[in-house]
Design a protein around this ligand. Structure first.
Ligand SMILES: Nc1ncnc2c1ncn2[C@@H]1O[C@H](COP(=O)(O)OP(=O)(O)OP(=O)(O)O)[C@@H](O)[C@H]1O
Ligand SMILES: [Mg+2]
Length: 481
């Protein structure tokens, strides 16, 4: 990965440098050439339009040795014309044919080509035309005198500008060389700043893949990689929590299965041992004991039936396969019915049993049978977990669009640490005592599920040794509101 990002970065920087240098070089070289050409023509116009030299040349054309005289004048003005015999020369040509007469370079002179400007001068006009694609630039001026017609011809082979451009080209090549060196270093540096966080991300991702969530990626930068790092941390955190939830659920499931097995084994064991004793004894057992044993067997099988039924209810609630029968019904009447149904049991235990209901309670929407199941469990718990002769109050009323029912007792209470757990399946504060009274620890967990489905809530306040108050609250409009 390091290598590929590095190569890409270096390649990009190299291409950028090359493109930039090519553009700069082209503009520079063209600028230098144009400047040089403009300079040449400006210089020529200034020189030849000046009164002194132009007048001298015209006078010289009247002399018998006109060509030599004119050449002398040009030589005298070499400085002003930039004549250097190397790249720029002057010539005197025949005004009718353009043929060489004399000039600063007698070797090149006879081979001069007849250029556009020379033709213009032969026609009698001043030839100042230029074409930047030519490898020369020239000026041809016609001069007529008594000794005939001549052409003053200045030609520059552009070598100076070519040399200059060659120099510029060399400089640019050198600059590209240095630029490439920079590209490699800069690429390394950039790749490092980009690759380091990516590498730590990769390392963290590998750890997450292996189930280790301890490492979070440190990156505070606000660029894309910083955002990616933070997103990654969020994702890892989310995953970790999900896995913890899954592990917790799995743990709960195992405990549940263990609990179910244990709860079912207890009655089966006692049924079996009582039945065995009955079998072994045969006719020798006295009828009273036999009756007592049979009652135990019936009670234990009832207990098994209750456990199995409760489990079935719970699993259907979990699976959502229980169809709730939502109807409008009188909550007040349900409270009264449940109270009356438990009255006998409460009297048997000599409890001070009372019911108080606020006036004008509204009808509510809910599953009546299920709501009553909740109330029954609340009340039967109070009866069960309050020593004989206790005080139990069932109260109900309306508040904030909800109906509520509280069952308050002065029984054994629930220790602080257990209150949070009583809604868990099979959870009983005192297992032995609870089982003795027929409890399986499923009642409140079923009640909790039912109340949830009604969008209601349950609250327990309890103090060990003092008593318990448990309240159910249900929205009047049912679960949809
Ligand atoms: N009013 C109460 N006073 C004291 N402890 C209570 C009271 N209500 C519930 N508990 C405690 O909470 C536990 C769970 O109650 P829950 O109704 O779920 O089970 P249970 O009554 O033991 O069995 P089940 O309701 O299935 O017959 C009880 O075993 C008991 O320890
Ligand atoms: Mg109960």
């Amino acid at each position: 990965m390091t290598k590929s990002i590095y190569t890409k970065l270096v390649a990009i920087i190299i291409v950028l440098i090359l493109a930039l240098m090519a553009v700069v070089g082209a503009f520079l070289m063209r600028g230098v050439r144009n400047f040089y050409i403009n300079e040449f023509y400006t210089q020529m116009r200034e020189a030849f339009s000046g009164a002194v030299m132009a007048g001298d040349l015209r006078d010289a054309a009247d002399e018998p040795d006109a060509a030599a005289r004119m050449a002398d004048i040009l030589r005298a003005n070499s400085g002003q014309l930039g004549i250097n015999t190397g790249t720029r020369n002057y010539y005197i040509l025949d005004g009718l044919t353009g043929a060489y007469i004399t000039g600063s370079d007698p070797v090149a002179g006879p081979q001069l080509a007849v250029t556009r400007n020379i033709l213009t001068a032969i026609d009698g006009s001043e030839g100042y035309a230029s074409n930047s694609s030519d490898d020369y630039m020239d000026v041809a001026l016609p001069i007529r005198g008594e000794s005939g017609s001549f052409i003053i011809y200045i030609i520059d082979n552009k070598e100076t500008v070519s040399n200059l451009n060659a120099e510029i080209f060399n400089i640019i090549i050198e600059a590209i060389g240095i630029g490439l060196l920079f590209a490699i270093l800069l690429g390394l540096l950039l790749a490092k700043t980009m690759v380091t966080p990516i590498q730590s991300l990769t390392k963290a991702a590998e750890k997450v893949a292996a189930g280790d969530f301890s490492e979070s990626v440190e990156n505070e930068s606000r660029d894309e990689i910083g955002v990616l790092s933070r997103t990654f941390n969020d994702m890892a955190g989310q995953l970790e929590r999900n896995i913890e939830d899954l592990q917790h659920a799995e743990q709960m499931r195992k405990e549940f299965v263990a609990n179910v097995s244990h709860e079912l084994r207890t009655p089966v064991t006692s049924i079996r041992s009582y039945a065995e004793t009955l079998c072994d004894a045969g006719k020798t057992m006295d009828p009273e004991t036999e009756q007592r044993f049979l009652e135990v067997i019936v009670r234990e099988s009832d207990r098994m039936t209750k456990i199995v039924q409760d489990l079935l209810t719970l699993s259907r609630l979990d699976a959502g396969s229980i169809a709730f029968d939502f109807q409008t019904f009188s909550f007040e009447k349900s409270v009264r019915d449940v109270y009356n149904a438990q009255l006998l049991e409460a009297q048997k235990r000599r409890h001070n049993f009372g019911l108080e209901i606020e006036d004008g309670m509204p009808e509510i929407r809910g599953d009546r049978a299920r709501v009553e199941q909740v109330l029954i469990n609340m009340l039967s718990n109070a009866i069960k977990y309050t020593p004989d002769g206790g005080r139990i109050r069932m109260t109900a009323g309306t508040k904030d669009g909800c109906v509520w029912c509280t069952v308050r007792d002065n029984g054994i209470g629930i220790p602080k640490g257990d209150i949070d757990h009583v809604f868990e399946r099979f959870y009983r504060v005192d297992k032995a005592r609870s089982r003795e009274s027929g409890g399986t620890g499923l009642g409140l967990s079923i009640a909790y599920e039912i109340v949830q489905r009604h969008n209601g809530r349950m609250e327990i306040h309890s103090q060990k040794g003092k008593g318990t108050a448990i309240t159910v609250t249900l929205p009047v409009g049912g679960p949809d509101e």
